[in-house]
Every structure is written in structure tokens, then in C-alpha cells.
Ligand binder design. Sequence first.
Ligand code: NAG
Ligand code: NAG
Length: 248
Amino acid sequence: MITYFLTSVLMLLSYSSITFSNEIPDYIKLCSRNDPKVNECVRNTVHNMRPYLKNGIKELNVPAMEPLYIGDLNILDGGSAGISVKAKKLNIYGASNFEIKKIKSSNNAKRFDFELNLPSLHGEGNYEMNGQILALPLKGNGPFTGNFTNFYAYVKIIFDVENVNDVEKMSLKELRVKIRTGTGSIHLQNLFNGDKALGDVVNETINKNFELFTNEVIVPIERALEKKFSAITSNVVGSFTYDQLFPA
Ligand SMILES: *[C@@H]1O[C@H](CO)[C@@H](O)[C@H](O)[C@H]1NC(C)=O
Ligand SMILES: *[C@@H]1O[C@H](CO)[C@@H](O)[C@H](O)[C@H]1NC(C)=O
């Protein structure tokens, strides 16, 4: 999520220096890489943009953040436990209500480390579960919903700057997402083809062990977010120069 809005900031900053040079929208404040308070500056810029990120910014190809579409994911892969879990058409609501708790830029705005709080997320999609626990077949597919409170995202973004024909071009070198889970609850509908007693046992087991469970399933979500935002970030920074994105 953080990468999503950082990307959007980069898009907007760069777009504005090319197209809007006389007319930067008042919700975007450019941040100089030499500003001793560059961290505060980027934090304010990003916070002020939240309402715009929520709906997306069409002319810049920034997709709406509400909902944040994750798509299909392999959550568990069979493996030693013999249980496979897939999520389909996963959508996350509430991501645009993030708050930047910490931000650290280094190496002249070529590296950013963010810590964000996500006070309240809601997820919706479909799941497919297949496997066995002890002698019990664990099976079902159908809709699921989840509420997630007080999650944190830690994001590291590193850019490369390379001199090409006297122009300093930027590219994405590394983008990492780590999520620290909070509390919450998940409902899987139609477990065991709707057998209520068995379904309730599994639901209850998941929710009693929510932290354990989410720490397992969060890893493929982190990788999916990295992939999604790396592609966008690479496209965007590849089109602009370092000076346009982070003026001296
Ligand atoms: C999520 O929260 C909503 C609103 O408080 C509630 O109606 C719903 O049952 C909750 N869902 C889960 C999976 O806990
Ligand atoms: C658990 O699963 C059952 C069966 O699919 C569902 O009807 C029920 O609402 C769920 N209960 C809880 C507490 O999540």
C-alpha cells in the first residue's frame, strides 16, 4: 500500500514538472532531496494526497486504492501439511486510511524506508481449500470476508540513478514489503459444503489463532504487493529524471 502511494507521488511529481510546470495542483508539494526536513515534507505530501489516491488518478494511470485489487493468490501450497488454500479475486478495503508513522529517506532520496499503520482493513473474495488435518478432510470453496485491525506495513524502496547522455535517469533497484499483522477475524462461508458444525470448528480455530494464521498467509500477499508495485514504480521512474522527481 505504501508503495502504491509512493508510486503515485512519484507519478504526480514527475507529471507536474513536465506538464503542469505552471500549474502544480495545490495538493502536491514537491520535496527537494536537499531539504533537511525532506522526511516531513514527503510525509505531508503523501498524507494530503490520500483522498485523491482513494479514487485513483485517471490521467496518470493510478488505479483507485479503494478497493485495492490483489487478485488470485496461492496462500498455502499443499506441501508437508498437505493443505492447499487459494484466494481468488481478493479485494482489500480501507487501505487509503493509512497513516505514515515513520519515514526515513537516505542517500539523497534514492532510498525510502516507511512504517505505516493501517487502522482498519476489510477483505473480500473467494477461497478454495483442500486437504486433511489429522483424519479430517478439510474442504470447501466459497466467499470469505475478513476484518483486520491495526496492521503495519514496512516498505523499503531503493532507486538507481544512472547518467545517460548527461541526463540522470532513475530506475527501481529494489522494493520490499513486510507486513506486521494485528488482530482481526475471518469468515469462510460454505466450508465442508455448508456443514455448519465442521465449518464452525474451522472458523473458530482460525480466529483463535488469528495471529499465527495471518503470519502464515501474509507472505504471499507481501510478494504479490511487491510484484504489483514494482511494475508500476519501474514504469513511472523509468520515464523521468532524478531532477524531475526529486529536485535539488
Ligand atoms: C467485520 O466487521 C463488520 C462491521 O463491523 C461486521 O458486520 C462483520 O461481521 C465483520 N466480519 C468479520 C469477518 O469479522
Ligand atoms: C463458520 O463457517 C460456517 C459454515 O460455513 C458459517 O456458516 C459461519 O458463519 C462461520 N462462523 C464463524 C463464527 O465464522
